[in-house]
Design a protein around this ligand. Structure first.
Ligand SMILES: Nc1ncnc2c1ncn2[C@@H]1O[C@H](COP(=O)(O)OP(=O)(O)OP(=O)(O)O)[C@@H](O)[C@H]1O
Length: 249
């Protein structure tokens, strides 16, 4: 199976005095597609920020690719598409190609110019994510679904082994969502990528992922979508409205 891509052991997190994550244990193995679900304010984004090194846990340990997060420096192995990344201002002065190229900054260093190899890689990813024909357009002039693909391209350009997506399908129509999940499937089958995705859409998520982690301050469930749906987890975490949530899509 190989060493875990991610391992959280007894992780706690507080914002000030407010406990937001309570004794979280989670192991993600290579090639897994993990869906992270939970009600609003349940700590999903906080968990991702801890994994990405943007927040320090109050207690507990986090390891990435077998290394303690404290010593981990290989951030280009992790791609991240943030929540609301499709809310770019109209007129923002960067083209699609420039936005995707900026995903190489970590590996290039700020002061090095992109060479032929980097430009080739950007062209490859633009093609793979279906936005090559948009590359000279300004990012702020694209639709939500188009911007989403650009931000995925940006996250992919450094060839990450783990791709983390926070609410990637918000504001994206059904057809674009289907293309998005097809792209994820290709990344998994061709590049063996590990995926972690936060989503509110329980119906869709449980159809797409291998495993579900259901969070509400504590980790309420971690296992297969079938077990998640067949157990009482939904009702325990979301209350009686869970049924509606599940059948809403
Ligand atoms: N910067 C912050 N300062 C203080 N409290 C915060 C901060 N960010 C988030 N919180 C609180 O921490 C809790 C968890 O927030 P988080 O954003 O991780 O939840 P979430 O599950 O991602 O929510 P949503 O589904 O609404 O995006 C919430 O109660 C939130 O109000």
């Amino acid at each position: 199976m190989g060493e875990p891509v991610l391992k959280l052991e007894h992780v706690f997190f507080h914002y000030g005095r407010r406990l937001v994550l309570d004794d979280i244990n989670l192991t993600v193995t290579p090639g897994d597609f993990l869906g992270i679900v939970g009600p609003n304010g349940s700590g999903k984004s906080t968990l991702l920020k801890i994994v990405l090194g943007l927040l320090q846990p109050t207690a507990g340990s986090v390891s990435l690719f077998g290394q303690s997060r404290k010593n981990f420096r290989q951030w280009s192995r992790i791609g991240y598409v943030a929540q609301n990344s499709t809310a770019f201002n109209y007129g923002f002065p960067a083209t699609v190609r420039e936005v995707v190229m900026s995903g190489l900054t970590a590996s290039l260093g700020l002061l090095r110019f992109a060479g032929a190899r980097e430009r080739r890689r950007v062209a490859e990813v633009l093609e793979q994510t279906g936005v090559a024909d948009l590359q000279d357009r300004l990012i702020g002039e694209l639709s939500g679904g188009q911007q989403q693909r650009v931000f995925i391209a940006r996250a992919l350009v450094s060839r990450p082994e783990l791709l983390i997506l926070d609410e990637p399908t918000v504001g994206v129509d059904v057809e674009a969502q289907e293309r998005f999940y097809e792209l994820l499937e290709t990344l998994r089958s061709e590049a063996g990528m590990t995926l972690m995705m936060v989503s509110h859409d329980i119906g869709v998520v449980t159809e797409q992922v291998d495993n579900v982690a259901c969070l509400n301050k504590k980790m309420f469930f971690h296992g297969s979508p079938a077990d998640f749906l067949s157990q009482d987890t939904l009702t325990r975490v979301y209350g009686p409205a869970a049924r509606i949530l599940h059948h809403a899509h």
